[in-house]
Design a protein. Sequence first.
Length: 406
Amino acid sequence: MTKKRRDDFPLLAADPGLHYLDSAATSQKPRVVLDAMREYYERDNANPHRGAYDLSARATERYHAARERIARFVGVADTDCLIFTRGTTEALNLVASAWGPPNVGSGDEIVVTGLEHHANFVPWQQLALARRARFVVCPLTSDHHVDLAAMRQLVGPRTKLVAFSHVSNALGTINDVPSLVEIAHRVGALAVCDGAQAVPHLRVGFDALGVDFYAFSGHKMCGPMGIGGLIGRRAILEAMSPYQFGGDMIELVRDDHSTWNVLPHKFEAGTPNVADAVGLSAACDYLDDIGMDAVLRHEQALVALASERLQQIEGLRVYGQPAAQRSGVVSFTVGDIHPHDLATILDQEGVCIRAGHHCAQPLMRRLGVSATARASFYVYSDESDVEALARAIERAKALFGEATVA
């Protein structure tokens, strides 16, 4: 992937000196996505499912076509089992609020891993507290993988749900999803997977993974903010009650009771986010044009290069697995320089990184740090970004060294 790929992204093309290395937080948007959204608003904008006129019918068709396209991208054959949400956080909270209370009771167990983003940790923690269930955190191995042996010991007959990420947002660790699914299903527990950092970076197939629920966000995969999805198994979704009430999610409304619409509409109350669905569909086209296997290879090559280059810097520590075992994330610390201070200096050099606990405070405690710096690569990243990162870190070290001497 060369400079031509960067030129597909108007924000990056307009500023050659910008080295955007925070794609794990949100990706930049290619022109084809922006054009698709503008074209929808200029040609087909109306409220779908509601108007008995041609323009509304066109809006409805665009919305349904977007769902079918995105469903193909994430590998779910039953298109109606893809529920549009605002993103991963809302998708996981949907499961916790709609599936959780009827199925988790006093003395039951919910198991998560020590790698999780708060969005796949706090909803289950709060569900356990509300239902007086046990909340169990599976430990990690010394090299920061999920400890599968420990997980097999922790998951038992009272376990109702096992939640885990496909890819860690803080370390880039690619988890062994089939093994985690097998452990959960062995005792009849649900397997819930946070795919926010997987869908943008590697080939994902919901039907093949065997999980019960899978959540993802559009804005991390070249799509717009404010849209993502929850994929669930039909039998479970049909047994769940809605978590929001209003327009489009009802079948009949009587004075004393209501009945609910079919999937996916039962979980999509209110006016749909059609333009963002159209934009996300265009993002799927864009990524498929590259090829998801090529995306992962590109990122892992940059991670390998960055890890090698950064480890030449005295006092710098890289956290996580070898490049071949993770996606395009490099988390690190540099001596006694706080990651926030480091990020400020790097910004002066045109290098954008994330600094902090990355919404993964339980993981930071297990790493023995309060925060790390994180550089994350994507399809528009190249070797010049790695070199700019290394140069900026060396400048930061020199500045802090001078401050210490003074």
